[in-house]
Design a protein around this ligand. Structure first.
Ligand SMILES: *[C@@H]1O[C@H](CO)[C@@H](O)[C@H](O)[C@H]1NC(C)=O
Ligand SMILES: *[C@@H]1O[C@H](CO)[C@@H](O)[C@H](O)[C@H]1NC(C)=O
Ligand SMILES: *[C@@H]1O[C@H](CO)[C@@H](O)[C@H](O)[C@H]1NC(C)=O
Ligand SMILES: *[C@@H]1O[C@H](CO)[C@@H](O)[C@H](O)[C@H]1NC(C)=O
Ligand SMILES: *[C@@H]1O[C@H](CO)[C@@H](O)[C@H](O)[C@H]1NC(C)=O
Ligand SMILES: *[C@@H]1O[C@H](CO)[C@@H](O)[C@H](O)[C@H]1NC(C)=O
Length: 932
């Protein structure tokens, strides 16, 4: 760092030297020390005697001078050489300098200024001038510095300025000047050192000969205009040029290769009051093309800031840059560079800012970047980078800004990430694992954006204590756990987005986030009521709470006065806000509160009196204990779930007309619930809910939805989405409704595999099924397969193993050997059941078919036919469909049966993972689709 600082100091010094030289050359002496030939006390005559009095009075007359800077001293009874901000030459009372920088003058420039024929310095920087630049300034043949920047001057640049042939510094930047740069501007400007026309509205081409006669030029800033066309070649032939800024124009064409061969070029830009080092050969808005010379001709040894961003440069990142030892800032973002991230960048010891985003960089982030100890900003976003974020980035102690978004990065977030204070942006990658606790130490950090990854575990509590944090976006990950009770550490937070995770718990009852404008907690599993204080957060204008388990009254006022139903839907038990279509909050029925406790379902379901299917799991059913109120004496339910009473009514007292299916430890009934809403929710005891949590959180297209639960000591029920088209048993083993074709069966198996993959790998906790079989695969109205009964063994019996004692003869055929004999349930035992089911689907033979006796199991039967006689085990109905020869058919069938065999290996270790099963099946489907 010390060397960097030195570089930064040296250049302003050089500049100061140049400026001193300039000032000395102009024969200007500051007025305070200026000996003047005019008699100081001479009352009136001295002022009028000068030919310059008239022009100065004319200048004063056209401005309003609100601070009165001129009013007191610019009076005719004092010599003009004593007027404030006016300097005269040694020999005559002629004005050589008029310097009023930062004085608000507010007015137009008079053309009489052109009469100050001895004027050498005219500095009216930042004086609120408007109107046009008088053409008469072209008559000031002795003018060396014309400094009119940071005003509101408009109109065209007068071509007559080209006549001022001793001009050295011309700064007209930051005005509203328009039209083209006049070609005459620098025809006689052999002395010009600096031209700054930046931040105006100049248009047209840069005159090709503009820099032909300016051999001393060392500073050019034409940035932020509307200039178009090519960069004149003459720019590159200026032997002393040190600074060139053409950024923010509409320039196009190929950059003259000589531009990359300016040995003195190092770059200077005037920002505020200090000279800093920035070189922008070109930047955003331009449309420059062609490769930057990759080798050899790239010769900018003094360069310390190169900005080529936002153009169409292509090819590889020029290795010539490695010969720029003083390089501090390199910005080549948003071009078409195709390359790996060069490791030679790690040799640039002063590199401070590195912006390579928006190119086609591939490979991984080099670990040697850990050598760039001066680096404060690193942007590699929007490339094709893969691999992990190297832990070595943690060595970058000065890094404040890390932007790696929109790549293919995987793996965990390294636990050490320097001193980030501005931005940590890793969104849209494939990162997984937890957020390292150490991120909570980055107390200066302002932005954390980790959305759209596969990050999981709880969110470190320390993250909510980052007092400087403005934006926190953790959406679209798999973060679990509860929201912290106290968010008030995020004092500066403007935006908090935690949507689409699996967060639990309730919204904290209060937090003093007075700056908060946006809060998105949608698509989580957040419960409880919506705290009323959210309506008190003055700046909160965007609130999204949809798809959670919130209940009770929707508050009024504040953000809720403009909220739309989209921000609240998907919460089964909200009420109030009737204009949004929510039902009114009913008063609690006080007369006999024991009598009625009613189901709250999603509003849509509630109002159509949905047909729902009720699974009843009854271990010990004491019907006789039901008292007149419809509740069992042991009923300890205080929370709002379906009551036994409701179910009794809905299923016509569990009438045998209604069962949909019977298992050894459960019965399935179809029922119609009439629903009434009771919004006076009592404090919930959530023991059963907690157990059900995994099930209710499991949301997948191919899983049956758990809508609600009902439980007491003796009785447990799950209310499930109704599946009108029955189970897979029916089409597989009965001929009555036609049969499933090969592709349909493959689709069903894929659907089931995706549901199982989700339970095993995609959910925030592993859910074992323990009882996968065709009767647990149900079809909705579109014949999409949904897996039912998942996780039920754990829910009801504590774990899968208890199921063995409650085992049913019909299910044994699907049980993995180690599960049946040793009681070892695992993901791999589910894979076994899946494999058996797959074999059943394509053979239409139940694993307990009478033909499978003794040593002969369905697996062995298929195995002995594999691979050449598979047509002999295929479901006969599929065989009849087949048009191909037996030989082709066996070839066709072998991948699917092979998968079934692989899933049903005796050894759990040899069975595939569910995630690999899905991949294999999808590939298979593609190749089948191509071959038919
Ligand atoms: C400036 O010079 C022009 C002619 O060169 C003259 O007409 C004008 O009056 C002069 N202005 C002042 C204020 O002397
Ligand atoms: C311009 O002048 C005003 C005072 O009139 C001052 O406050 C402001 O900082 C100046 N702007 C710059 C960029 O120096
Ligand atoms: C930029 O340049 C390319 C190639 O010369 C051209 O195809 C494209 O239209 C240009 N884009 C704009 C915005 O001028
Ligand atoms: C990184 O630093 C180490 C130790 O200072 C040095 O040996 C190595 O050559 C450096 N790597 C690069 C690419 O500069
Ligand atoms: C909201 O603000 C009002 C008025 O300032 C106050 O009375 C009320 O207690 C606040 N409510 C909450 C929940 O903070
Ligand atoms: C509601 O919207 C109106 C109109 O868009 C706006 O003026 C008002 O400030 C908003 N109120 C709140 C609390 O956001």
């Amino acid at each position: 760092m010390t060397t960097t600082a030195t570089v930064r100091v040296v250049t302003p010094l050089l500049l100061a030297v140049s400026l001193t030289a300039l000032l000395a050359a102009t024969d200007v002496v500051p007025s305070s020390t200026s000996p003047t030939t005019a008699a100081p006390s001479s009352p009136s005559i001295n002022g009028t005697s000068s030919t310059d009095l008239g022009p100065l009075l004319a200048f004063k007359a056209q401005i309003s001078d609100p601070l009165g800077v001129l009013a007191s001293s610019w009076t005719t009874n004092v010599s003009i050489c004593h007027w404030a901000r006016v300097s005269c030459g040694h020999r005559r009372p002629r004005v050589t300098a008029l310097e009023l920088p930062d004085v608000p003058l507010q007015g137009e420039l008079t053309s009489h200024l052109g009469n100050l024929s001895f004027l050498s310095v005219l500095d009216l920087t930042n004086t609120s001038l408007v109107g046009s630049i008088p053409a008469s300034l072209g008559r000031l043949r002795r003018l060396r510095s014309l400094l009119l920047s940071e005003n509101g001057l408009s109109g065209a640049i007068p071509p007559s300025i080209g006549n001022v042939n001793e001009l050295e510094l011309l700064n007209l930047g930051s005005n509203n000047l328009s039209e083209g740069i006049p070609p005459e501007l620098m025809q006689n400007q052999g002395s010009l050192l600096m031209i700054a026309l930046h931040v105006n509205d100049l248009s047209g081409h840069i005159p090709p000969n503009l820099f032909n006669n300016t051999p001393l030029m060392w500073f050019i800033n034409l940035g932020n205009n509307s200039l178009s066309g090519p960069i004149p070649h003459s720019v590159a032939s200026l032997p002393l040029l040190e600074y060139l800024n053409l950024r923010g124009n509409h320039l196009s064409g190929v950059v003259p290769s000589a531009a990359f061969n300016m040995s003195r070029l190092q770059g200077l830009v005037l920002t505020q009051n200090s000279w800093s080092l920035t070189l922008s050969i070109n930047s955003n808005k331009n449309n420059l093309t062609g490769p930057i010379p990759a080798n050899g001709s790239f010769n900018l040894p003094m360069g310390n800031t190169f900005s080529f961003s936002g153009n169409n440069f292509a090819g590889r990142i020029p290795v010539g840059l490695s010969a720029c030892p003083y390089l501090q800032t390199l910005s080549i973002s948003y071009n078409y560079f195709v390359d790996v991230v060069p490791t030679w960048l790690a040799q640039l010891a002063y590199l401070d800012e590195l912006f390579l985003g928006g190119n086609y960089l591939n490979g991984s982030i080099p670990a040697v970047f850990g050598n760039l100890t001066s680096l404060t900003s690193l942007d590699l976003s929007s490339n094709n980078l893969a691999g992990e974020i190297p832990a070595e980035l943690g060595l970058l102690e000065n890094l404040t800004y890390l932007h790696l978004t929109s790549n293919q990065l995987t793996g965990p977030i390294p636990s050490s990430l320097g001193n980030l204070s501005q931005r940590l942006d890793l969104h849209a990658n494939k990162l997984f694992g937890p957020i390292p606790d150490s991120i909570g130490n980055l107390s200066e950090l302002e932005n954390i954006i980790l959305s759209n990854n596969q990050l999981n575990s709880g969110i470190p509590v320390s993250l909510f204590q980052l007092g400087k944090l403005i934006q926190l976006n953790l959406s679209h990950n798999s973060f679990a756990g509860t929201l912290p009770n106290d968010l008030s550490g995020l004092k500066q937070a403007d935006t908090i987005d935690l949507s689409s995770n699996v967060l639990l718990g309730s919204i904290p009852e209060s937090f003093e986030l007075t700056s908060l404008t946006t809060l998105d907690l949608s698509s989580n599993d957040i419960s409880g009521t919506i705290p009323k204080f959210l309506a008190n957060l003055t700046y909160l204008t965007a609130l999204n709470l949809s798809y959670n388990r919130l209940e009770g009254q929707i508050p009024e006022g504040g953000v809720f006065s403009n909220i739309t139903s989209e921000s609240l839907i998907g919460n089964a038990a909200l009420c109030g806000a009737s204009k949004l279509g929510f039902s009114p909050c009913l008063q609690k029925s006080h007369s006999n509160s024991r009598l009625l406790k009613f189901l709250i379902l999603a509003v849509t379901i509630a109002f159509v009196s949905a047909l729902i299917c009720i699974f009843l799991m009854i271990r010990r059913r004491h019907k006789n204990n039901i008292d007149a109120s419809g509740q069992t004496p042991g009923d300890v339910m205080n929370h709002t779930v379906v009551t036994y009473h409701d179910l009794v009514r809905a299923t016509d007292n569990f009438s045998n007309d209604n069962p949909l299916g019977v298992g050894s430890f459960r019965k399935v009934f179809k029922g119609q619930l009439s629903t009434v809403l009771d919004m006076q929710l009592e404090e919930a005891t959530r023991s059963f809910d907690a157990e059900c949590h995994a099930l209710r959180m499991a949301r997948h297209r191919n899983l049956i939805k758990v809508l609600n639960t009902c439980s007491n000591m003796d009785f447990k029920a799950l209310v499930l989405q109704y599946m009108p088209n029955g189970s897979l048993e029916m089409p597989l083993h009965s001929d009555s409704r036609g049969h499933l074709g090969f592709h349909q069966r493959l689709d069903i198996i894929i659907d089931v595999s995706m549901a199982m993959e989700y339970l095993h790998h995609g959910h925030y906790e592993v859910v074992l099924h323990c009882d996968l079989k065709p009767s647990n695969v149900l079809f909705d109205e579109n014949m999409t397969a949904h897996v039912a009964d998942f996780g039920i063994a754990k829910l009801l019996l504590g774990d899968c193993n208890s199921m063995i004692s409650a085992s049913m003869p019909g299910t044994l055929g699907y049980m993995a050997p180690e599960y049946g004999s040793l009681g070892k349930a695992s993901r791999k035992s589910d894979v076994f059941s899946f494999g058996i089911m797959l074999l059943e689907v394509f053979t239409a033979k139940r694993p307990k078919d009478p033909m499978f006796v003794g040593e002969r199991s369905i697996r062995q039967w298929v195995h002995q036919a594999y691979p050449s006689k598979l047509s002999s085990v295929l479901d006969n109905r599929l065989l009849q469909d087949a048009t191909s020869s037996t030989c082709e058919l066996n070839y066709f069938l072998s991948p699917i049966f092979e998968l079934g065999l692989l899933c049903t290996c005796d050894s759990p270790d040899q069975r595939m993972r569910m995630s690999n099963v899905v991949v294999t099946l999808k590939k298979m489907k593609n190749s089948y689709a191509k071959s038919t």
